[in-house]
Design a protein around this ligand. Structure first.
Ligand code: 13P
Length: 236
């Protein structure tokens, strides 16, 4: 399974280095693929089993894009993994599907592992399943769903940082639909915590999780990684 942490705008460079060191100890004892997305100012050359990716980058090698980083800055630290389409970039920072698709294409051409996020806001969920799926489908526009280095993360916007989660049946239903759109591994994200991760990972068509706030403490994230191992052992 893929167990990923999005640290968002949290932890200093110093604390991130300690965090990754701690998480790496757990990752080394685990069979899971562990990804961590720290703040951009905390990127570094980590020689770890934990794969460190960037939460964002501009689709360019370098240039006049104030406040952004490009390929040159990622290559400095051998970063080859990127998060694209996160709801906070779509809704807080105003990234359009067109721009997101442009980013996707650029980093695909560079061979990056792309964790591509999709998910509906509350009003779409309340409007019903058809409206929800229609909204999510539009987030696949311009995306190569067969890209071999693609991971998709379904993160309902209303479940992010709220403590709310869809029911396990709802997660299964949406994941089953989304699996028809792409063969890529499909993660669930949105208020995943130590106390619900086992239930979420047991859901059919859930290939892992993308965790925000509950992953901010290395100890908690390590517990989640260990739970994933336990589940896999039981399945055998
Ligand atoms: P929370 O786990 O804090 O809800 O955040 C999820 C998320 O946005 C991960 O990308």
């Amino acid at each position: 399974m893929i167990i990923a942490a999005n640290l968002k705008t949290n932890l200093t460079r110093h604390d991130t280095a300690l965090y990754i060191e701690e998480v790496d100890k757990c990752a080394k004892q685990s069979k899971q693929e562990v990804l961590v997305f720290p703040a951009i100012s905390s990127l570094d050359s980590f020689e770890t089993k934990v794969e460190v990716g960037t939460q964002n980058a501009y689709p360019t090698v370098k240039g006049a894009f104030t406040g952004e980083i490009g390929l040159e800055q990622l290559e400095e630290f051998s970063i080859k993994t990127i998060l694209i389409g996160h709801s906070e970039r779509r809704h807080v920072l105003g990234e359009t599907q067109e721009f997101i698709a442009q980013k996707f294409h650029y980093f695909k051409e560079q061979g990056f592992k792309i964790v591509y996020c999709v998910g509906e806001p509350k009003e779409k969920r309340e409007a019903g399943k058809d409206a929800t799926l229609e909204y999510i489908s539009a987030q696949y526009e311009g995306i190569d769903t067969n890209y071999e280095n693609l991971i998709i993360a379904y993160e309902p916007v209303w479940a992010i940082g709220t403590g709310l989660t869809p029911t396990l049946e709802d997660i299964q239903e949406i994941h089953t639909q989304l699996k028809q759109k792409s063969p890529a591994p499909l993660l669930y994200g949105g208020s995943v915590k130590v106390n619900n991760i086992k239930d979420v990972l047991r859901v059919k068509n859930v290939d892992g999780v993308l965790v925000g706030s509950a992953a901010l403490y290395a100890e908690h994230f390590c517990t989640m990684i260990a739970y994933a191992d336990e589940l896999q052992l039981k399945e055998k």
